[in-house]
Design a protein around this ligand. Structure first.
Ligand SMILES: C[S@@+](CC[C@H](N)C(=O)[O-])C[C@H]1O[C@@H](n2cnc3c(N)ncnc32)[C@H](O)[C@@H]1O
Length: 305
């Protein structure tokens, strides 16, 4: 059960969802036809020291892999691959137009600060719960980030702008913000505050990318039950239904940014995969289209998407 001031480490509650998505990135990276490479994902998941999560990334347990009940080949798996591609390109495009300040809200086990080719002078701020950042720093202690990576340990329902400014964030500089796999873990009012803060701290030319959606609403109870059983049998307890706050009644970020004069554009997760030759299996298709991938740009005057 969530509360307004709950906290977690990497193995608990919302923290464990960061392991799940990293395991799927590791699984994709191991494929012969991988659509991206995240060489840090496997290391991060293995550092958790859980045989169950390691089995998931290796794909060695049939019931976790199988189409129908699976994390990996169900909607979460496909969507995760699509969103990794989408947000990688988002950051690369921002670099191309000269943005050098990047903020990853709820960075979890995101290794972009290590694995992307950042132009010199790039600063990447990573915000997440203190224990999650501690875990990652320890697991990657031998690795060197490819940008000036700055940790901001904070709960995103608290006064994170102050913590970010204290670490040297410059609100006069254009920023590329990312909220990947975050918004459904925030109550609707905390999401509103987060978007307000992003807008307040965004100089012209700043941009924001995020994903959100009703998610798995279209999945049958039977599907969810089978998947929960497959995970539980493998000692993995991640109950998204219990961790997410409701979709209904929440501000739609697309409208929110558009109303403030930002240029809003959406990505199509199914097309992102199909254009690269990855077939999305039937059971996952209906729900894929309910996921939103969005980029919004605060124009400088001559900006287009
Ligand atoms: C599904 S994971 C996504 C992590 C990362 N963005 C990725 O896609 O790999 C969700 C992350 O959100 C973080 N998170 C959720 N609510 C948060 C909050 N109120 N404050 C700080 N971090 C939060 C969790 O700690 C976790 O790392």
């Amino acid at each position: 059960m969530r509360t307004d001031d709950d906290s977690w480490d990497i193995t608990e509650s919302v923290g464990a969802t960061a392991i799940g998505v990293a395991a799927m990135r590791a699984y994709e990276t191991r494929r012969a036809d991988a659509l991206f490479s995240d060489p840090y994902a496997e290391k991060l998941v293995e550092a958790v020291g859980s045989e169950n999560w390691t089995a998931m990334l290796r794909g060695t347990r049939e019931d976790l892999r199988e189409q129908g009940g699976s994390f990996i080949q169900g909607v979460m798996g496909y969507f995760l691959i699509a969103r990794t591609l989408y947000f990688d390109k988002y950051f690369a495009d921002a670099m191309d137009v000269g943005v050098r300040q990047f903020v990853i809200l709820a960075s979890g086990l995101d290794a972009r600060a290590y694995r992307m080719q950042w132009p010199s002078g790039s600063v990447v701020f990573e915000l997440d719960q203190p224990k999650v950042l501690e875990f990652k720093a320890k697991a990657l202690a031998q690795d060197t980030p490819a940008a000036d990576r700055r940790e901001v340990p904070i709960d995103l329902r608290q006064d994170w702008p102050k913590a970010l400014l204290d670490k040297g964030f410059d609100p006069a500089e254009p920023t590329a913000w990312l909220a990947e796999g975050l918004l459904r873990y925030l109550p609707g009012d905390a999401q509103d505050r987060l978007l307000d803060h992003v807008a307040e701290l965004s100089a012209p030319g700043s941009r924001m990318a995020l994903n959100i959606g009703p998610g798995e609403r279209a999945l049958s109870d039977d599907f969810r039950k089978r998947r929960a059983e497959a995970l539980a049998k493998n000692g993995i307890r991640v109950d998204l239904e219990q961790l997410w706050y409701p979709w209904e009644g929440r501000t739609d970020p697309r409208t929110w940014f558009a109303m403030r004069g930002w240029l809003v554009r959406e990505g199509d997760p199914v097309a992102l995969l199909q254009d690269r030759g990855r077939t999305v299996l039937g059971a996952a298709l209906p729900d894929m289209s309910t996921h939103i991938l969005m980029t919004a740009i605060r124009p400088r005057g001559d900006d287009t998407l």
